[in-house]
Write a protein that binds this ligand. Structure first.
Ligand SMILES: [Cu+2]
Length: 105
């Protein structure tokens, strides 16, 4: 049992946690060989949701090697951002498909 006086402190801590954990889910579409939007801003902890609307596979391949995600046709693949920075990425199958992701800490 914790002492009664600690209860408000514990409640405040829990509230603080839920306020800071405002991670967003950001959708990026791949359709007709185009990544839209081409530039996306996000924060560490956010989830990127790539939606492949094409009938062939695409990838989101970070040029700095941080991640390489494959989207099968008509599928959505998610990635939780763990690192800050500006990441240029492209599709390995269609190198003309390019986009950038700015991840704030
Ligand atoms: Cu592609």
């Amino acid at each position: 049992m914790m002492p009664r006086w600690m209860l408000p402190i514990v409640a405040t801590l829990m509230l603080g946690t839920s306020i800071s954990a405002h991670a967003a889910t950001i959708q990026i579409t791949m359709e007709n060989l185009v990544i839209a939007p081409a530039e996306t801003s996000a924060r560490v902890g956010d989830t990127i949701e790539w939606v492949n609307k094409d009938i062939f596979a695409h990838t989101a391949t970070a040029r700095n090697g941080d991640w390489d995600v494959t989207m099968p046709p008509k599928k959505t693949v998610t990635l939780v951002l763990r690192k800050a920075g500006t990441i240029d990425y492209y599709c390995r199958f269609h190198p003309n498909m390019k986009a950038a992701l700015s991840v704030a800490p």
